[in-house]
Design a protein around this ligand. Structure first.
Ligand SMILES: Nc1nc2c(c(=O)[nH]1)N[C@@H](CN(C=O)c1ccc(C(=O)N[C@@H](CCC(=O)O)C(=O)O)cc1)CN2
Length: 293
């Protein structure tokens, strides 16, 4: 079994991104500017947004946070989005999800200018992704693709089973893994809460991507020997023995599943850090105006 070290790979990619930004600066180009909009005080969202800002600092990218109270109205948030769309100094921005229940994530996502949508969640960017046209790939699926490439994992002709059909991970990664190019060319099965006999299907996976948000859902009896596993789930459970006050769990019961896998991502330190570097890469593309059309 080989551990896929997302933390190490993300650090390597950050160095590459830093070099690219230094080159941009040398040529007198604009330093990319990423803005993160954070609504409310969800602990995990605060951690992720802070990690995004820290990563920007590390690579020499400009960044800022727009913090809004969780009582902000949908209209006020949409006004904030419109401001960022029109701000020439901002190359790309994200609205951290999830949003409070009274705000429609769909409306907010659709209000973001596709040229600044570095999360790659806007319907027109999702459409371009489906058609294999240049666009911002959603950060987590993009991170998984980069891990596949950097670990030289064979995907051609493999059966890739995706567990979970969310708009930000499961659905796009299923599409990307079926693309007619590497990393792709898989036969993909997208499973979800209504799937009948899930273990029968997961046992046929050569590559298993789990993005369900159910801690330790995938057990050893649900996978075959030699499977490659990407565990996207991150659940926090209170743990007073930890400095942070919580322990993180993936969707895969790591200790019993890892011995059967040929490659596996841990939680933490697997797919999560790759989500952040993918966002940085998308922001560089936005700053270079690569997605204007
Ligand atoms: N606007 C967005 N919202 C959300 C996205 C997204 O891509 N865009 N994805 C997730 C959260 N996410 C990024 O925002 C994210 C999740 C996890 C990590 C990460 O590095 N996790 C660490 C553990 C950190 C901890 O919880 O202590 C790890 O896995 O090692 C980064 C980003 C939902 N919302």
């Amino acid at each position: 079994m080989q551990l896929i070290d997302g933390k190490k790979t993300a650090a390597e990619i950050k160095d590459e991104v830093a070099a690219e930004i230094a080159l941009l600066k040398d040529k007198g180009g604009k330093v990319p500017h990423l803005v993160a909009v954070l609504v409310g005080s969800n602990g995990a969202s605060i951690t992720y947004v802070n990690a995004k800002i820290e990563a920007c600092k590390k690579v020499g990218m400009h960044s800022s946070i727009v913090r809004l109270n969780d009582t902000v109205s949908e209209k006020e948030l949409l006004e904030e989005v419109a401001k960022l769309n029109n701000d020439k100094d901002v190359d790309g921005f994200i609205v951290q999800l999830p949003l409070p229940k009274h705000i429609s994530e769909k409306k907010v996502t659709e209000a973001i200018s596709p040229q600044k949508d570095v999360d790659g969640f806007h319907p027109s960017n999702i459409g371009k992704m489906m058609l294999n046209l240049p666009t911002f790939l959603p950060a987590t699926p993009y991170g998984i693709l980069q891990l596949i490439e950097r670990y030289n994992i064979e995907t051609n002709g493999k059966h890739c089973v995706v567990v979970g059909r969310s708009a930000i991970v499961g659905s796009p990664v299923a599409n990307l893994m079926s693309r007619n190019s590497y990393p792709g060319n898989c036969t993909v099965t997208l499973t979800h809460s209504r799937t009948v006999n899930l273990p029968e299907i997961t046992r046929t996976a050569d590559i298993l991507i789990v993005a369900l948000g159910k801690p330790e859902f995938i057990t050893a009896d649900m996978v075959k020997e030699g499977v490659v596993i990407f565990d996207v789930g991150i659940t926090r459970k209170a743990d007073s023995t930890k400095k942070s006050g919580y322990k993180l769990f993936g969707d895969v019961k790591f200790d019993e599943v890892a011995p059967k896998a040929s490659f596996i991502t841990p939680v933490p330190g697997g797919v999560g850090p790759m989500t952040i570097v993918s966002l940085l890469k998308n922001t560089i593309l936005a700053a270079k105006g690569k997605m204007e059309s």
